[in-house]
Design a binder for this molecule. Structure first.
Ligand code: HEC
Length: 389
């Protein structure tokens, strides 16, 4: 079942049993069925976002002040049981306490360089209630936009870590120069120029040999060889991955860089590129797969059917969290190790592999909740293997 369908079902069930409207924060008499605010308009509406404060705050403290101003209204509308505690429909906790400012800034896709790409001023797919783009929220949306604009100004005033430029034909950008200790880090890609665009058929981030890394929002920048201005592409602005030392993560491809001028070079910048401690599925201490046969006959078919579409490399966030790319290559032994990494060996039912796709488990999941209960066939198929590990 898709995420959208799951959410709708939960919503219908909720309304049928309580026949009352759910609210988020203390000010929220907002209806969760999304029809209350005349939400027939499903787009951004006529006038488009108002770009207030574009020339305003550029310092971090000014950006924070802009947030503190909108904080009460934002928490009242979106926080509480929804995006602060996640109690309602397992909502993502981007306003989590103790300080919602810290949570909002850390949550992927909210504070971004391109204000209008922020999740806050767009409607996330399947969002079950009115959002800031709906009628009635104009003031809040304007204040949020002012805050996000200040944050974007801070981001653009801070030089980003990056490397290059290189010719596209080189197919690799050495990232070891970004900071000390990054030896071995690189971006490996294959790209071809056709007409007015460059088409990237593979884009891989390789972590340094000596440390894991946390990478946020890679930006591809075209550096023309004539005097034309540089052009940045932010298609990967939602990417937020942690990569264990020596490991590789594939970003979603194909990726088209439009208005590419033939002969230009490519450089790359990151909103964040930091050393991080990331447990490796290949680390020596990691217990290894015992029941390969069970994996192959029971878990692998289910994972291939329901999970590999996102976790096999197609969705960078998903693959960063659970890498099942080896299953896509029919490497069962390798895939068993990859899946094994998300088992809780002391308590199998508490494995994130089983909790992420399970409705009501309390674990947020970008891939939705295909398993309504622990009785679902898919859940059982994964559990049949997990119990033997
Ligand atoms: C539509 C895409 C999509 C599908 C399909 C999908 N996932 Fe995910 N999954 C994600 C994304 C995105 C993340 C990372 C962000 C998050 O945790 O929500 C993720 C994260 C995870 C995590 C990591 C959670 C953690 O806290 O470590 C696990 C485990 C997981 N998924 C299991 C599964 C399983 C099992 C299936 C198949 C039954 C599945 N996913 C199907 C998108 C998907």
């Amino acid at each position: 079942m898709t995420k959208l369908a799951t959410i709708k079902l939960i919503a219908i069930a909720t309304f049928a049993t309580t026949s009352s409207l759910l609210a988020c924060g203390d000010g929220g008499n907002s209806s969760l069925d999304g029809t209350g605010n005349g939400a027939g308009s499903w787009g951004n509406g006529g006038g488009g976002p108002s770009y207030s404060g574009g020339d305003a705050a550029a310092t971090p403290s000014q950006a924070e002040a802009a947030y503190r101003k909108v904080q009460p209204a934002l928490e009242s509308k979106c926080g509480g049981a929804c995006h602060a505690t996640g109690a309602t429909l397992n909502a993502p906790r981007w306003l989590a306490g103790p300080d919602s400012y810290v949570s909002a800034k850390a949550y992927p896709g909210i504070v971004v360089a391109d204000v209008y790409a922020s999740k806050l001023v767009n409607r996330p797919a399947g969002h079950p209630a009115a959002t800031l783009v709906d009628p009635g929220n104009e003031q809040l949306k304007a204040d949020v936009t002012t805050w996000l604009t200040a944050e974007a100004a801070v981001l653009s005033a801070t030089p980003l870590p990056g490397a290059g430029p290189v010719d596209l034909s080189q197919g690799v950008i050495d990232l070891s120069t970004i900071a000390a200790g990054m030896a071995g880090a690189k971006l490996v890609f294959s790209a071809q120029v056709a007409g007015n665009y460059a088409r990237f058929d593979s884009v891989q981030l390789v972590a340094p040999t000596g440390t894991g890394i946390h990478v946020v929002a890679p930006v591809f920048v075209m550096v023309p060889q004539d005097k034309s201005p540089q052009l940045a592409d932010k298609s990967y602005s939602a990417v937020d991955v942690s990569i264990a030392a020596g490991q590789t993560v594939s970003l979603a491809t194909p990726f088209f860089f439009f208005n590419w001028i033939a002969g230009s070079q490519l450089k790359i910048e990151f909103a964040k590129f930091d050393a991080a401690t990331v447990a490796s599925p290949d680390a020596g201490a990691q217990p290894t797969c015992k029941d390969l046969a069970g994996f192959q006959t029971s878990a692998a078919p289910e994972l291939s059917k329901s999970c590999v579409g996102c976790h096999g490399g197609g969705n960078a966030n998903a693959t960063g969290a659970l890498d099942l790319s080896k299953l896509k290559q029919n490497d069962f032994a390798g895939a068993c190790e990859q899946a094994h990494f998300k088992l809780n060996l002391a308590n199998k039912a508490q494995s994130s592999l089983l909790l992420a796709p399970l409705a009501g488990s309390g674990l947020n999941h970008g891939g939705g909740k295909p398993y309504g209960t622990t009785g679902a066939a898919g859940y059982q198929a994964l559990m049949a293997w997990a119990t033997k590990e």
